[in-house]
Ligand binder design. Structure first.
Ligand code: FAD
Length: 445
């Protein structure tokens, strides 16, 4: 067993998307600025890289956000994924989002903001939308779809490959990653962490970065921070004593396909997403209503299903302020996607594409999905939470936020404020900048 160092400049806790992206970029920034190198950084993970949500996610990068402050972050993430698309397994297939009339103004705003942020998208409405969709998927049922946004730069990464790739980048730049090292506490003087306590001894440090995904609330408590918060909104409204963290179950699943899932031009199709807020999901074969509204997404996923197959999901399901985080992911007996998801997802697939009319029989009956900790407004908190503790709590937008590590690294190496991160500061809740409501059944917009 490699002994732990007695001290390190930066201790990064959690080897998921954020811990690894931050470590890799920080190593490059320190070197470029003549302020150090990857040798100043250690990453600790109680299991191994990709043991959290980053290793089981659908891995989608898309920019469809009603919250415009997210768009610059997504643009940086695109830079990260395309920096070395082979190593990260990034498939730039694009993303197609379909909606009803009630979301038209949102689509128009998103389209405008994406293009202003160098994230090109096209918007189609009415007949044009139907023509556009049918060109890609000739068997698509376009009933109820009034508006379509096509993001040309979006795509997905095979999650295992992406995590291996990020770990490789860290190691190439001299970052040491320690698996099997669990942080058990913080040795503090006032608001400064002097040492990180682990199951294998203490590490003295200058700064700590937390990329802890679903385990964030546990460390929030270890650092003595409150589990309730007053949230002030721009219109003066105040929501008192909200839960700081709320767990949700992210539901996803996989199906095999009898024929390769391709576009009319025999290409890997864009990620397909439809949110029809006023249209129930009704199984076209059984006539059974599986849900009051439609929200589904899917992508080609042979890298995961090991045969022609598809992976997709729907809106997450709220658990509450506490959850059993360990064992995590597919090892958990409590939080799997379940039969209701399977029936909803397969019915929605069949509802939209005739090629999937018998898809239910092809559903892969295995564990799928995972849980995540969401913030009070379901958007990331990226900020200092103690004098030398920096938190990246992404509220489960992670694959879309790989670029956050790049921005955080710049801040850590230079001390300069980073404009793109400012809206996501923790002080927003106290200062009346809590993000407000969005027009969707998903907490992810
Ligand atoms: C089923 C599912 C599907 C998803 N699909 C998508 C998607 O398609 N697109 C998208 O953008 N996002 C998606 N997400 C969200 C995304 O996966 C997460 O937002 C992201 O992976 C979180 O990354 P992270 O680095 O913050 O945390 P994680 O990946 O969870 O990593 C945290 C790490 O911390 C380690 N750790 C925990 N406690 C300790 C400790 N005490 N000491 C040391 N190490 C510790 C864990 O072992 C873990 O490896 C999905 C999430 C789930 C669950």
């Amino acid at each position: 067993m490699t002994p732990l160092p007695a001290s390190a400049g930066f201790v990064i806790i959690g080897a998921g998307i954020h811990g690894l992206s931050t470590a890799w970029h920080l190593a490059m920034e320190l070197k470029a600025k003549g302020k150090g190198s990857g040798a100043d950084i250690v990453v600790l993970d109680k299991s191994a890289p990709g043991a959290g949500a980053s290793g089981i996610a659908c891995g989608l990068l898309r920019g469809f956000y009603m919250t415009e402050a997210m768009h610059p972050l997504i643009r940086h993430s695109l830079d990260v994924w395309t920096y070395d698309r082979v190593t990260f397994g990034f498939q730039q297939v694009g993303y197609v989002s379909c909606g009803e009339k009630n979301q038209l103004p949102d689509y128009e705003r998103i389209h405008k903001s994406q293009n202003a942020n160098d994230y090109p998208s096209d918007l189609y409405t009415g007949k044009e939308a139907a023509v556009f969709l049918r060109k890609i998927w000739p068997d698509l049922n376009v009933n109820g779809i009034d508006v379509v946004l096509h993001e040309k730069m979006s795509g997905y990464s095979g999650t295992r490959q992406a995590m291996r790739g990020l770990a490789e980048k860290c190691e190439e730049h001299g970052v040491r990653i320690y698996s099997g090292v669990e942080v058990t506490g913080y040795d503090m003087t006032g608001d400064v962490v002097k040492k990180v306590r682990t199951n294998r001894g203490d590490i003295a440090c200058d700064a700590v970065v937390l990329g802890l995904g679903a385990w964030t609330p546990r460390h929030w408590a270890m650092l003595g921070l409150s589990d309730k918060i007053d949230c002030r909104y721009a219109d003066g409204a105040v929501a008192k004593a909200k839960d700081m963290w709320t767990y949700w179950r992210l539901v996803e699943g996989e199906v095999l396909v009898d024929e390769p899932y391709l576009t009319s031009e025999k290409k890997d199709p864009p990620i397909f997403k439809a949110e029809l807020m006023n249209t129930p999901v009704v199984d076209p074969t059984t006539g059974k209503k599986e849900g009051d509204f439609t929200y589904v997404y899917w992508k080609y996923a042979a890298e995961r299903t090991r045969a022609p197959g598809i992976q997709g999901g729907s809106v997450p399901v709220k658990i509450g302020p506490s959850a059993m985080v360990d064992p995590y992911g597919h090892a958990s007996d409590l939080y799997q996607s379940g039969d209701a998801f399977r029936d909803y997802f397969c019915a929605a697939m069949a509802m939209f594409m005739t090629r999937f009319k018998d898809i239910r029989k092809n559903y892969i009956e295995r564990r799928n999905g995972g849980i995540g900790a969401f913030t009070p407004d379901n958007l990331p908190v990226i900020d200092w939470i103690k004098d030398n503790v920096y938190l990246i709590a992404d509220s489960n937008h992670g694959y879309k936020l790989t670029g956050v590590g790049k921005l955080v690294a710049h801040h850590l190496a230079t001390g300069d404020p980073v404009g793109e991160l400012a809206p996501f500061g923790f002080s927003r809740y106290a200062q009346g900048r809590t993000f407000g409501k969005t027009n969707s059944n998903s907490p992810w917009v």
